[in-house]
Write a protein that binds this ligand. Sequence first.
Ligand code: SF4
Length: 493
Amino acid sequence: MSTFLGMPYAPRGVGHLRGEQPFPVAARAALADTQLRRNLGKATRTIRAKRDAVVAELPDWEELRAAGQAIKRHTLAHLDHYLKQLEGRVQEHGGTVHWARDANEANRIVTGLVRDTGADEVVKVKSIVTDEIGLNEALASAGITAHETDLAELIVQLGHDRPSHILVPAIHRNRAEIREIFLREMADVDPGLTDSPAALTEAARLHLRRRFLSARVGISGANFAIAETGTLCVVESEGNGRMCLTLPDTLITVMGIEKVIPSWRDLEVFLQLLPRSSTGERMNPYTSLWTGVTPGDGPQRFHLVLLDNGRTAVLADPVGRQALHCIRCSACLNVCPVYERTGGHAYGSVYPGPIGAVLSPQLTGVEDNASLPYASSLCGACFDACPVRIDIPSMLVHLRARHVEEAARDRRLPTAEAVAMAAASWVMASPRRYAAAQRTGRAARALGRGGRIRRLPPPLSAWTAARDAPAPPAQTFREWWQHEHGDASGSAG
Ligand code: SF4
């Protein structure tokens, strides 16, 4: 199949989208780590407070959210048109466009491009899509060293760790831990390094400067790509991105196909929504924009790699495709009670938190990340915080249904859950059967202590292993109604 724009080709996402352990197992280990929970709680509380303050400043915040949602919806409905327009404009301005169906193809393209320059080192702007495809590992196996230049990504890389947050990849580390990593991994660091933020950033600055000045190849992701002019956009806070995007001779940008937007007017909406939702700032400290190649100014070779890696499969699901609206602000992570307690590693995918719970299973196929749609209390805080109004709770329910249906198709015998649900349906279809079941269920009162049942015999023990249940009351609602009103009409309710 030669194209993925016409939809029939829908490759599975490969790369770092799948964990080794299901979420409940990984989450249990994370919950036992009190230092991790302390670090996460402090960081997410701080970001939440900053976001709430700057969002409250805008009287038209809800209109902006609706505009962001409408732009994304329109763009995805005409994705083939805007991607072809983007390709044409980038080429007109001296850039080269490559199409990658999956992670392996993207890694092959990027590795080949770096090899062609003769470089054995690259500097990188923070890019979650290159984490998704495992680009650093692919480059390393080709003898090319990738240097992360974003401070948090540098901490993760030097700590031989994995990112645990979309925006703050080292959110699970505190200052003392970062100091230890720097002392251990930076050959030229001052042995008297303290854990003050100024000292740590100065150490990182000195460590990175030589790399910026000697790099011949820069690699980035993209926050947005403007189809009407072929302009790419990266927003960041540290200035490292600006260095990577302007100093090297060759710039390679890897971008998920959903990042295209039609016009500059659309960018105006997202440049208001994104910084307030992500870092709690009114605007990003550094907004870099470039269009192809400008002779004598900045990189003289520009390559844009447009990545599918499961995205057309997501697009084919009318409910699930909303996940492609995401602008990676991470607001949903910061408000999620599950993420705040487990951190990002438990999700096992480079996309953690609520957006990871709906995006990763769709990119890989639901059965390969089946536990993630259940990693939510469905409280709805993610929907309220999302700057492009992605209805994550509804998508979670939709993906749970898909998982149940797909699992049922592959199985010859019904599960215990399916049998229990069929039995419940039969009982609830008849008022008489329901009343009889209530009377029988009252026997479970004997198992209660202080009004709660904390342990049930198998197979119901699976429920009480993780939570308790209220003991049945001495009197059912029907019995109370009959006692109060002297008839049994409550039994029809
Ligand atoms: S789903 Fe919404 S809130 Fe979460 S990262 Fe994406 S844009 Fe931000």
